[in-house]
Design a protein around this ligand. Structure first.
Ligand code: S3P
Length: 448
């Protein structure tokens, strides 16, 4: 699984209309945070709707290794008995975060200001990803980190015994880096300040306030200035994890490209730091109705009615929208292939350091399926072939990346010939019920 086990080839063939309700699992970002913040509160945090994907299970295991009691009571229903800010115990063994960049970066931040040493590793994908973006700001607190060349895992982090608070302007738009600094700031005396030019997902800020920290966000000419007062006593909470808009993207986009489809996708987050894909799809001419707007688990949500849309047009996606749809470019590039005209995605070089180099993975796979692509370091351009226009008939490499695997399986539902992926096993990291949910709607995904 996720690069540790055997590859699982999968194939998706052209299918009839998708019909029914696509109830996707809990949000991955919020699930990681519920476990981590729960571990830093004294007392019992209750979590419902937790995503039981491998990434989150790896974070649960890590929280146990640092001394928290994490218990599963039933599907999505978990409790965390936390140890308090600064209360982590030194883990007895290496922390393996599997495929999860969010897991490893947030946990490094959490232990960085406590006097202890921990060694982190992950699967072959995670071991290629840069950790310097987190350990650089953590060094300002007094933390030391020793990794492989280029700041790669495995890495040993020595927490600061006498941390000082920091003021840090993010050089990249990254919620993981922002969150790691804020989590480290929890156990530093005084005020830790993070400045972000472009707003990234704000789940850590919302949850910190919910758990009782004193956190203030001010909009200035430099962007968002987030100020956290260190050493709060976090109070345990009840966290209802909303559904994951990044997972909802797959049935949504599938329905847009499969002829005759008409589905309901309930409870999709309309949080402005997460809904960039949905804005983009509407601009392309997708038939999406946003019904029943309301609040769920502290997030604004709506139910989406999504219908096959045969007149979608390529657009220029504004680069400043990237942080709010950073995980959705792979599936957007599939939709773009079924639109007419060019879809231009600029300012997307962060995609090169995700679970895989997603610009390269999508470009090579789409080309193999007969789509014309242009790319440079920071840009992906897809030349649309119109509804039903993609030839398909290829096996695409997923590079231990769940979203690449799911994107090509969705493409296969509407391409002329079937599309295979060399390894669908990483799908369990974020969307373990993907295959059964999609086939329940009418897709034809099979193993092999
Ligand atoms: C995440 C932030 C994003 C995103 C990832 C989840 C988070 O990463 O790609 O899937 O939960 O904070 P970056 O912070 O690297 O942009």
């Amino acid at each position: 699984m996720s690069g540790h086990g055997d590859a699982q080839p999968m194939t998706s063939a052209k299918c009839g209309p998708l019909r029914g309700t696509a109830s996707v699992p809990g949000d991955k970002s919020i699930s990681h945070r519920a476990l981590i913040f729960g571990a830093m509160a004294v007392g019992e945090t209750k979590v419902t709707g937790l995503l039981e994907g491998q990434d989150v299970l790896d974070t649960a295991k890590a929280m146990r290794a640092f001394g928290a009691t994490v218990t599963r009571h039933g599907e999505g229903h978990w409790t965390v008995n936390g140890v308090g800010v600064g209360g982590f115990q030194e883990p007895a063994d290496v922390i393996d975060c599997g495929n999860s960049g969010t897991g490893v970066r947030l946990i490094m931040g959490t232990m960085a200001t406590t006097a202890m040493t921990a060694t982190f590793t992950g699967d072959a994908s995670l071991r290629k990803r840069p950790m310097g973006r987190v350990t650089d700001p953590l060094s300002l607190f007094g933390t030391q980190a020793y990794g492989r060349k280029g700041g790669r895992l495995p890495m040993t982090v020595v927490g600061a015994a006498n941390p000082v608070p920091v003021r840090y302007a993010l050089p990249v738009a990254s919620a993981q880096v922002k969150s790691a600094v804020l989590l480290a700031g929890l156990n530093a005396p005084g005020e830790t300040v993070v400045i972000e030019k472009e707003p990234t997902r704000d789940h850590s800020e919302r949850m910190l306030v919910g758990f009782g920290a004193s956190l203030n966000v001010e909009k200035s000419k430099d962007g968002h200035v987030i100020t956290l007062v260190g050493r709060p006593e976090l109070r345990p909470q009840t966290v209802a994890v909303p559904r994951d808009p990044s997972s909802a993207a797959f049935p949504t986009c599938a329905a847009l490209i499969v002829e005759g489809s008409d589905i309901l996708v309930p409870g999709v987050s309309q949080n402005l730091t997460r809904n960039g894909l949905y804005i983009t799809l509407v601009e392309m001419g997708a038939k999406i109705e946003f019904q029943n707007p309301r609040e769920e688990g502290g997030e604004p949500v709506a139910d989406l009615r999504v219908q096959f849309s045969d007149t979608m047009k390529g657009i220029e996606v504004p680069p400043e929208r990237a942080p709010s749809m950073i995980d959705e470019y792979p599936i957007l590039s599939v939709v773009a292939a079924f639109a007419t005209g060019k879809t231009v995605m600029r300012g997307v070089k962060e995609l090169r350091v995700k679970e895989s180099d997603r610009i390269d993975a999508m470009a090579r796979g789409l080309e193999a399926c007969g789509v014309t692509i242009e790319e440079d370091e920071d840009t992906l351009i897809v030349h649309g072939m119109g509804a039903g226009g993609m030839p398909g008939g290829a096996t695409c490499k997923t590079h231990i990346d769940h979203r690449i695997a799911m994107s090509f399986l969705v493409a296969g539902m509407a391409s002329q010939r079937e599309i295979s992926v060399d390894d669908g096993s990483p799908i369990v990291t974020s969307f373990p019920i993907f295959e059964s949910l999609m086939n329940g709607l009418g897709s034809a995904i099979r193993r092999g």
